[in-house]
Design a protein around this ligand. Structure first.
Ligand code: ADP
Ligand code: MG
Length: 254
C-alpha cells in the first residue's frame, strides 16, 4: 500500500516587493507517495525551483496547505522547518553548493553536526558510508576546488544522503555536468530510489525526466500535465546507443 508523503492543496506562492507582485505558483494540488520518483519540468521561470523550495521547507506557502507525512507544515516555525529539513530532506542543487573552505568530509558532516542526537563516531561512520556510496571516499581531505564538477556533485549527493533522509530533492542536478557525469549522477539517483528513497527532480533534460515514474509539467505557475511514465530506470539513450552499436558490431562480425 502506498503511503502519501507529500500533499499540496491549492498552494499559492506570491513574491512581493515594493514595486511588483510575482505569482510564482497558483492553485497547485498534488500528492506524492513514499518511494515515488517524480520529475518536474517546464520552461525557465515557470516556478519549478519555487515549488521544490516549498516541498523542501526552504520557503513557506502564501496560501493553501502543505502536509508532509500527514503533518500540516504550512505554518510551522522556521526552527521547526529547519529541524524537519535536516532530518528528513536531502537537497541537491545545480551549482553543488559545497562550502569552499571545508574539506569533502567536513562538507558531508556539516548537516549531521547540527543533530544533537548523533555522536562524533556515529557521524564519522555516516560520512564514510555516504562517501563510499558515491565513490568519493578516496577524496575525503580534498577541498571542492580540487575536484571536477562531477566529483563535486557526487560529494553534494553524499551530503544530501548522509543523514538518511526519506525525501531527496534535486534542482537541475545535472545542469552543470557533461553527459558522462550527468549519467553517473542519474544512476546514483536511480540507486537511491531502488533502496527506498522518494525522489523529486527538477530537470530540463528529457533523458533525465524519462527515468522518473511520473512527470509533472508546469507552465506559468500551474500544472498543465501530470503523467505516469512506464519503465522507470529505463535504459538511457546513451546506454541504448552503446548497446545498439555493440549489437551492430556483433552482427557485422558474424
Ligand atoms: P524556475 O525554477 O522554473 O526557473 P523559479 O521558481 O525560480 O522558476 O521562479 C518562478 C518565478 O518567481 C519567476 O518569475 C521568478 O522571477 C520569481 N521568483 C523566484 N524567487 C523569487 C524571489 N525570491 N523573489 C521574487 N521573485 C522570485
Ligand atoms: Mg529553477
Amino acid at each position: 500500500m502506498s503511503r502519501v508523503l507529500i500533499e499540496l492543496s491549492d498552494v499559492k506562492k506570491v513574491f512581493r516587493t515594493e514595486e511588483v507582485e510575482t505569482h510564482a505558483l497558483s492553485d497547485i494540488s498534488f500528492t506524492i507517495n513514499a518511494n515515488d520518483y517524480v520529475s518536474i519540468s517546464g520552461p525557465s521561470g515557470c516556478g519549478k525551483s519555487t515549488l521544490l523550495s516549498l516541498i523542501g521547507l526552504l520557503d513557506t506557502v502564501t496560501e493553501g496547505q502543505y502536509k508532509l507525512a500527514g503533518h500540516d507544515v504550512s505554518a510551522i516555525s522556521k526552527a521547526e522547518r529547519s529541524r524537519i529539513r535536516n532530518k528528513e530532506i536531502g537537497f541537491i542543487f545545480q551549482s553543488f553548493n559545497l562550502i569552499s573552505d571545508l574539506t569533502v568530509e567536513e562538507n558531508v558532516d556539516l548537516p549531521l553536526s547540527y543533530r544533537d542526537s548523533l555522536s562524533k563516531s556515529q557521524r564519522i561512520q555516516m560520512v564514510d558510508e555516504a562517501l563510499k556510496k558515491v565513490s568519493m571516499d578516496h577524496r575525503k581531505k580534498h577541498y571542492p576546488s580540487q575536484l571536477s564538477g562531477g566529483q563535486q556533485q557526487r560529494v553534494a549527493i553524499a551530503r544530501a544522503i548522509a543523514g538518511k533522509p526519506s525525501l531527496i530533492l534535486a534542482d537541475e542536478p545535472t545542469g552543470n555536468l557533461d553527459s558522462k557525469n550527468a549519467e553517473a549522477v542519474m544512476a546514483l539517483l536511480d540507486d537511491l530510489h531502488r533502496s527506498g528513497s522518494t525522489i523529486c527532480i527538477v530537470t530540463h533534460d528529457p533523458r533525465s525526466a524519462s527515468r522518473a515514474q511520473r512527470n509533472i509539467d508546469i507552465h506559468d505557475g500551474v500544472i498543465i500535465a501530470d503523467t505516469a511514465q512506464v519503465n522507470p530506470h529505463a535504459t538511457s539513450t546513451s546506454e541504448k546507443t552503446e548497446w545498439a552499436s555493440r549489437i551492430e558490431e556483433t552482427t557485422e562480425k558474424a
